[in-house]
Design a protein. Structure first.
Length: 296
């Protein structure tokens, strides 16, 4: 994919204006009339046509012919807009290799203006066939025809907000550096995804950290909502960092109870299955919700 990364170099100012014009037009309709693009971009007809053609060749936009000719941004075009914005703000300098692909995201290495390495997480909501994942997301289930670009942006905004909140409460999460549209720039946590780790010297120590994370999140007013061994990174000192926050919810959410229970269940099941650590989910949940001290 990442034509968007190449686009950092390829995308000139007028091209960016045309893409931005389409983005603005897409607030009102899926396909945007050339006249509207022209108006928003401030370019004349000929230049607009020229840059539209270029963008089309680079697969940054999609053309639709109906009772008028219209354009919409592709995910590559959206990548290009967001990357350019981060670049213009001096947040990033160059993009590196892909680090990994999740169900609803792709993660890349990136260098900031001081050549320090961090990560970009590109949210990709609505591009896979994981219908069940989409269903649990509030914003995609209430609005039936939301564009995947918009859904991806909401997902990134939510994740950024919760990561910052978690960091304010000194929870073990990646530091965030920037967010634009559907992209989050954050710290690269050194370690291994817990689901890929075959042995741990002191699993109780890890287990306690996870329960402590759930409890302290609850005390801070939120629930992770997708906690499991797939979203926990463990380092060489067996310290955990929790990632992947777009679906977090406030503790006063109507389903808070259920979400908390599921997070506890997912993690306790993992420790039971893998390390034979048995726990009483109901008792843990009651202690967390009752604001009582945890015992492990
Ligand atoms: N801050 C980070 N530091 C190190 N690795 C990370 C970080 N963020 C994400 N990753 C890696 O990228 C993968 C995908 O990220 P994440 O879990 O946030 O996205 P996702 O698309 O929601 O994944 P999934 O839905 O498959 O759980 C992670 O499993 C992890 O390997
Ligand atoms: Mg994940």
């Amino acid at each position: 994919m990442l034509i968007g990364a190449a686009a950092l170099k390829e995308i000139t100012k007028p091209m960016n204006r045309v893409l931005h014009g389409i983005e603005r037009g897409m607030i009102h309709s899926q396909y945007v009339d050339i006249k509207i693009i022209q108006k928003y971009s401030g370019l004349n007809e000929q230049k607009t046509e020229y840059w539209l053609q270029k963008a089309h060749k680079l697969d940054l936009i999609r053309r639709w012919t109906g009772h008028f000719v219209g354009y919409e941004l592709t995910i590559n075009g959206y990548d290009a807009l967001a990357l350019n914005a981060l670049y213009e703000k001096g947040k990033i300098r160059s993009i590196g290799m892909e680090k990994g692909t999740g169900k609803e995201s792709v993660v890349y290495y990136v260098l900031d203006a001081q050549d320090r390495e961090s990560l970009l997480k590109f949210h990709r909501v609505g591009y896979t066939s994981f219908q069940h994942v989409r269903k649990k997301r509030r914003y995609t289930s209430t609005k039936n025809h939301m564009s995947p670009l918009y859904a991806s942006r909401l997902s990134a905004e939510a994740e950024y907000k919760w990561l910052k909140k978690a960091a304010e409460h000194k929870l073990p999460v990646p530091r965030t550096f920037a967010q634009n549209r559907h992209i989050i720039m954050m710290e690269d946590i050194k370690g291994y995804d817990l689901n890929l780790v075959s042995t741990i010297d002191d699993p109780e120590f890890v287990y306690e950290q996870v329960l402590d994370f759930i409890k302290r999140s609850w005390d801070a007013g939120f629930i992770h909502g997708d906690l499991s061994e797939f979203n926990i990174i463990i380092n060489d000192d067996a310290e955990i960092t929790v990632i992947d926050f777009p679906q977090a919810e406030k503790t006063n959410h109507p389903n808070a109870d259920e979400l908390l229970e599921r997070d506890i269940l997912n993690t306790t099941n993992y420790f039971k299955r893998k390390f034979k650590i048995h726990s009483d989910v109901k008792a843990i949940k009651e202690r967390i919700m009752g604001g009582k001290e945890m015992y492990y």
